[in-house]
Design a protein around this ligand. Sequence first.
Ligand code: ZN
Length: 368
Amino acid sequence: MGVLLVGTLGLSALPGCSDDNDHPAGQRGATESGGRQATRFTVAGTGDFLLHEVVTKQAASDARAKGKDGFDFSPMLAQLKPIISETDLGICHVETPLAPPSGPFQGYPTFSSPPQIVNAIRGLGYRTCSTASNHSIDQGEPGVRRTIDDLDKAKIRNTGTARSAKEAEEINILNVKGAKVAQLSYTFGTNGIPKPAGKPWIVNDGLNPQKILADAARAKQAGAEIVILSLHWGEEYQHEATPEQRGLARTLMRSPNVDLILGCHAHVVQPYEQINGKWVVYGMGNAVANPTANTQATHEGIVARVTFTRNSQGQWKTQPSFVPTLVTPGTIRLRTLSSDSGNQATVARTSQIVRSLGYNIPLASTQN
Ligand SMILES: [Zn+2]
């Protein structure tokens, strides 16, 4: 369990303290003199929605089964709903750019995915998504714009790509049970696809620690108490965090302006590590992907959960946990697993990987 020491003096002077929206009626006055109101919230992050062709075919067949056209990703992801919708801040990763509603759709290697995934993202209860990935500009600027437009329309906050230089400068801050929480998103690169001329801001690429830390500092200056980084990084299909991941995590976690890292891209689960009392989840695996492609490990993922508790002195404590997930073939479905579910081989393998750097991270109940 880590303790984040947040400067209480500075925080108690923030204008946010007098913002009625931050303090539900009935709880005001509970704050100790000079301190802050105690609060507790849980973040739940998931890995890549990798919409391979068989996954979109399943969504089409699930739509038909309901007498609808198009795609319905909700049945396939339904088991995430009790976990994500009951949590305070559900964070997803939209790895691939979204197509127009009627396509054309493309799978690997230059994705263009059915935008109907956004209905599922909203229905499952996600509040914010990262969009910086090595596939962000697979469909150029139109793909970036469509993805942001669709998430905005569904009122899903998003970060990592931008439609303008001004939008790229905006910090994504959410109110989570009265605490201001920022999510920022970065990718190592864009598979060699060049960014449109004159638009370097279209995607946060390059994993430049100076840039990331400058953004995190701006987030704190803008009132964020907790800054979460969504990083698209690591070596595909490799459970071990790479030396580059571990080095960058150390650099970023040295800063008081970064509080949690949630990693994506490897398509397999990677471990948790505690650095400076704060948690790094190196890789959450795939949330959904073709359950017959590659190796079994790419069908496995986690919901990474971290509960933040702030006492009245303004100090944060964190408690991590995880829910193993498995995408099963046939009728493609994502299963959330626990110590008494089926698929105990996956539970055991995933637990071993999550804990492989020596931290005994507990399984979370799948009920909350
Ligand atoms: Zn990726």
